[in-house]
Design a protein around this ligand. Structure first.
Ligand SMILES: Nc1nc2c(c(=O)[nH]1)N[C@H]1C(S)=C(S)[C@@H](COP(=O)(O)O)O[C@H]1N2
Ligand SMILES: [Mo]
Length: 199
């Protein structure tokens, strides 16, 4: 069996398999965007966390850079059936933004420049399972892959990893995001093939 390096965040199936059901492996890195790529200059970039009570906390680019970063490696799985192993990122764990904050909610709606959004339980982006990443493979994250910064939630289908992230709104009930309103599954676990509502 292959050695799993520190910081590796792949999940395995019940039989120890690495490829979730219905997926195929790709070596390249496809770009999937529902609209045009927004270009956000770093001096105008910000990220705002809004608690369910409406309290706001904002970080600009310098503030993001001053937070301790990690270098997660992860397998990623797109609902259009491609998977890519061992992608390498640098970013700030979502836990860092929640330190000292009373979330007052148990779900999160992640929002992006350009209007994209996606929802998931707060527990899925905390506990070292999600990051706001700003480097891919040792270089600044390219705009087409979500730069300046994107969400990385590798244990869910990749549509949950919002590109061009600009905020996170905590909610008390699950509010469907862009694809979820169009019929994609509310949770999106690749190992349970939760592609669309009803799966
Ligand atoms: N803002 C935004 N984030 C997004 C998307 C999008 O259209 N807009 N597409 C999602 C989907 S469906 C996938 S598979 C991944 C694709 O990321 P990539 O283009 O870096 O491969 O981004 C996700 N995040
Ligand atoms: Mo996707």
């Amino acid at each position: 069996m292959a050695v799993i390096s520190r910081g590796f965040h792949g999940r395995r199936g019940p039989g120890g398999d690495r490829l979730p059901p219905g997926q195929y492996l790709t070596e390249d890195f496809p770009v999937l965007s529902a609209g045009p790529t927004p270009h956000v200059p770093l001096d105008r970039w910000s990220f705002t966390l809004t608690t369910a009570a409406g309290e706001k906390h904002t970080w600009d680019w310098d503030a993001l850079m001053s937070l301790p970063s990690e270098t997660p490696q992860a397998d990623i799985h797109c609902v259009t059936r491609w998977s890519k192993y061992g992608t390498r990122w640098r970013g700030v764990p979502v836990d860092a933004f929640l330190e000292g904050v009373d979330p007052d909610g148990t779900y999160v709606l992640v929002t992006s420049y350009g209007g994209y959004s996606t929802d998931m339980p707060l527990a899925d982006v905390t506990g070292g399972r999600a990051w706001i990443v700003h480097e891919y493979d040792g270089a600044p994250l390219p705009p087409e892959h979500g730069g300046p910064a994107r969400m990385l939630v590798p244990h869910l289908y990749f549509w949950k990893s919002a590109k061009w992230v600009n905020g996170m709104r905590l909610t008390r009930t699950d509010e469907p995001g862009f694809w979820e309103q169009l019929g994609y599954h509310a949770y999106g676990d690749p190992w349970r093939e939760q592609r669309v509502q009803g799966d």
